[in-house]
Design a protein around this ligand. Structure first.
Ligand SMILES: Nc1ncnc2c1ncn2[C@@H]1O[C@H](COP(=O)(O)OP(=O)(O)OP(=O)(O)O)[C@@H](O)[C@H]1O
Ligand SMILES: [Mg+2]
Length: 316
């Protein structure tokens, strides 16, 4: 069995916008290992959703490579992709818009089974749907309901169930709790955690919320303006952030260990546009450590002694 479930190399996704070429994801590389929760954190608009959708091949990559379980899926056609799609599930941010309002929960959950020819007969579908609803903490009677008859939390449970119907190996979770009330968020997080253990899943979890990413992840990648600037184990990254952006991102988060002292530098200035992003290091206009080289040369993601990766001229 391949330990590396996903390998992404120099992936790019550019959009043609009215202002010019928008570099939403720009030369991003990382690996996701089987069984882990890989968390990706970054401010709104940094390219998290674009990255996840490109890795899933819901968007066409502009350049780079996506390898799933040892197979290059970057250029596969829709037909060839079908068997890989079955192995990768996605849960979107907003369950209010991701569920078809005209379909009952039964129809929503049957659809993936029919598409992948995993069950056809009504009895078979019923059995699988009752089982998954139970796992999601819902009742069998919920299957006859329409999305508008459910609460936000119940809708997200249905969306998670839909992603799990075809028994994927990895779930891509695009801010799965950010549209929900705080009390409901905790319950959904608990559900995702127990489902992961029961089904031996791998998670790729993205959020703008560093506290949340810290709770759910084993390893964390930090994204800034289309680039990954740091990757490492969550505790290492949290206690000893190396990149000045990571450091700034954590500034408002209390450090639980009073012996750990980090000079937290607040982030100043606005995030620049991904159309014509700054030359050199994209973070240099906001970085208090910026040197001449940072304005001229783009830093590469380099492996450090403790196994973490960082893209910053302070460490090249
Ligand atoms: N279909 C599109 N066409 C043109 N530009 C787009 C498109 N989708 C996203 N963008 C732009 O790409 C950049 C990255 O957007 P993306 O939605 O991937 O960011 P994000 O990190 O998921 O943000 P958020 O936290 O708000 O969800 C943004 O500048 C956005 O405006
Ligand atoms: Mg997003």
């Amino acid at each position: 069995m391949n330990k590396e479930l996903i390998k992404v190399e120099m992936l790019r996704k550019y959009y043609h916008s009215s202002k010019g070429l928008l570099k939403a994801v720009d030369s991003v590389s990382f690996k996701i290992y089987r069984g882990e929760t890989f968390g990706l954190v970054g401010e709104s608009g940094c390219g998290k959703s674009t990255l996840i959708r490109t890795v899933l091949r819901l968007l066409k990559p502009s350049d780079g490579k996506i390898v799933f379980d040892g197979i290059d899926i970057t250029h596969l056609h829709e037909k060839e992709l079908k068997s890989f799609r079955k192995r990768m599930g996605i849960v979107f941010q907003d369950p209010h818009s991701s569920l078809n309002p005209r379909m009952t929960v039964f129809d929503i959950l049957s659809r993936p089974l029919k598409i992948h020819k995993l069950a056809k007969k009504h009895d078979e579908l019923m059995l699988k749907i009752v089982e998954i609803l139970k796992l999601m903490g819902l009742q069998a009677e919920h299957m006859i309901r329409f999305p508008h008859e459910l609460s936000g939390g119940q809708k997200q449970r249905v969306a998670i169930a839909r992603a799990l119907m075809v028994e994927p190996e990895i779930l891509f979770l695009d801010e799965p709790t950010s549209a929900l009330d705080v009390s409901v968020q905790a319950k959904i997080l608990k559900l995702l955690d127990s489902v992961k253990k029961q089904k031996n899943l791998t998670y790729f979890y993205i959020s703008h919320d560093i506290n949340l990413i810290r709770v759910v992840s084993d390893r964390i990648a930090v994204m800034y303006l289309g680039k990954i600037v740091e990757i490492g184990d969550k505790e290492t990254i949290f206690h000893k952030p190396l990149h000045p952006y990571t450091n700034g991102l954590f500034k408002s988060v209390p450090v639980p260990d009073p012996d750990v002292k980090i000079d937290k530098v607040p982030l100043e200035g606005e995030v620049p546009s991904p159309v014509n992003p700054p030359e050199g290091c994209r973070f240099h206009p906001r970085c208090e450590f910026a040197k001449d080289i940072c304005i001229k040369e783009e830093p590469v993601l380099k492996e450090m002694e403790d196994g973490r990766m960082v893209a910053c001229h302070l460490y090249q």
